[in-house]
Design a protein around this ligand. Structure first.
Ligand code: HEC
Ligand code: HEC
Length: 348
């Protein structure tokens, strides 16, 4: 019975069939030393001095680390022909050896797989589940301003403070186990908000952002301002510059259009996902660069409901870079014109 070899095996044979003469020749030479890669194969640079028998396992390792066919790097007709991917891979072999020599005492610690892990393009940043950093292009994209105008028209222009009550499910600060506590979230115009849940109290008076009695600056303040941000009128959109349509995407089954812009005040890029049909903002992804890597987090807005002439999301989910979530589930909401600025002052 004959068994058809699988495609990679056939290619392996094909690759080797170019060199049997050399194999035989060096074996007949009766040398005690095993032949080196450069003695057996035609175009060897980085595997010079490595036993020829090492080359195929090395090739299988590269292919597996990148989830690539042999022909992802090779011209199937001539495995010795140079390709761009081959050239890059040679540099990668040198880089891997350098890293291991310099930082791991020559132990084989960092390999193709450490970075590539089955992907041609290694992910440079941890990306929370379900979020894509590349979006398919739109054939005739709308203008970002039109999308924002449509969202604003849909949520309405009512200016009274909105008070939402419900639950916050979030990891406990100490045990990190998810717990559910009552939540009251008040938002007024001008970036003012307070979030109160159990011991947690945070907010902004429109200028200073605070957590408990402490004012916050930089990134912690930015994190809470993102949670507190109301996307109504100018409130959320005003600080954004350089808007462009990045493409389309889906959230669950809902088709969305993604607008990308930068927000200089938080040194970040934001991606705004607008529902293609309703026009409502369903997600904001925040991309904050640091000198060693990028931190990606998101806010999801769902279950928009009519509240005193405005539409507000009754479910808001903050997803942080490591995948932890704060899930705000609101049971009731009301517009309250009696809320005064004292509700937002530092310390709550
Ligand atoms: C990620 C890229 C990559 C993949 C995938 C890959 N190779 Fe290679 N291959 C190389 C590089 C780079 C060299 C040259 C090594 C050198 O310069 O020392 C090479 C060299 C070879 C050679 C020597 C050719 C010659 O005569 O000079 C053979 C044979 C070969 N590969 C077979 C394979 C087979 C079979 C597979 C699939 C199991 C495979 N390769 C998968 C990058 C790759
Ligand atoms: C320290 C991390 C790291 C290691 C180790 C590493 N790579 Fe890479 N590799 C990268 C990065 C980063 C890129 C560029 C990513 C991109 O283009 O999106 C890259 C790009 C490549 C590309 C080009 C991909 C393309 O289509 O442009 C190839 C091929 C490749 N690596 C092969 C290898 C092989 C083979 C090894 C093991 C010998 C290896 N890499 C080891 C990080 C690494």
């Amino acid at each position: 019975m004959t068994v058809m070899p699988s495609v990679p095996t056939r290619i392996l044979f094909l690759a080797l069939s170019a060199t049997p003469v050399l194999f035989v020749a060096s074996q007949q030479g009766g040398e005690a030393q095993a032949p080196l890669a450069e003695q057996v194969f035609k175009k060897i640079e980085v595997f010079k001095g490595v036993p020829a028998s090492d080359l195929m396992p090395a090739m299988q390792f590269m292919a597996a680390s990148m989830k690539m066919e042999c022909t992802g790097c090779h011209d199937a007709k001539d495995f010795s022909a140079d390709t761009r991917a081959k050239e890059t891979s040679r540099k990668m072999v040198l880089m891997q050896r350098d890293i291991n020599a310099k930082y791991f005492n020559n132990r084989l610690e960092v390999t193709c797989n450490s970075c590539h892990n089955g992907q041609e393009h290694p992910a440079a940043a941890p990306i929370p589940n379900g979020i894509a950093m590349r979006h398919p292009r739109l054939d005739s994209p709308p203008k970002p301003d039109e999308l924002i105008a449509k969202h604003n028209a849909t949520v309405g222009t009512a200016t009274a403070a909105i008070v939402r009550s419900g639950n916050l499910t979030a990891p406990n600060d100490v045990t990190h186990k998810a717990e559910t506590l009552p939540l009251v979230f008040i938002q007024a115009t001008g970036g003012k908000f307070t979030i109160v849940s159990g011991e947690r109290k945070a907010g902004s008076d429109g200028q200073a952002t605070w957590y408990g009695p402490n004012p916050m600056v930089d990134e912690p303040a930015a994190v809470f301002n993102r949670m507190g941000r109301a996307w109504r009128g100018d409130d959320g959109f005003a600080g954004l510059v350089g808007m462009s349509v990045a493409g389309k995407d889906v959230i669950g089954k809902t088709e969305v259009i993604v607008v990308r812009a930068s927000r200089p005040s938080t040194k970040s890029t934001e991606e705004l996902y607008f529902d293609k049909k309703s026009g409502l903002l369903l997600r904001m992804v925040n991309i904050r660069r640091s000198t060693i890597g990028t931190v990606i987090s998101s806010m999801d807005y769902a279950n928009y409901k009519n509240v005193g002439g405005a539409r507000v999301p009754m479910k808001v989910t903050a997803t942080f870079a490591g995948g932890e979530q704060w899930i705000m589930d609101f049971k009731s909401a009301k517009a309250d014109s009696a809320v005064t600025d004292s509700a937002f002052k530092v310390g709550g």
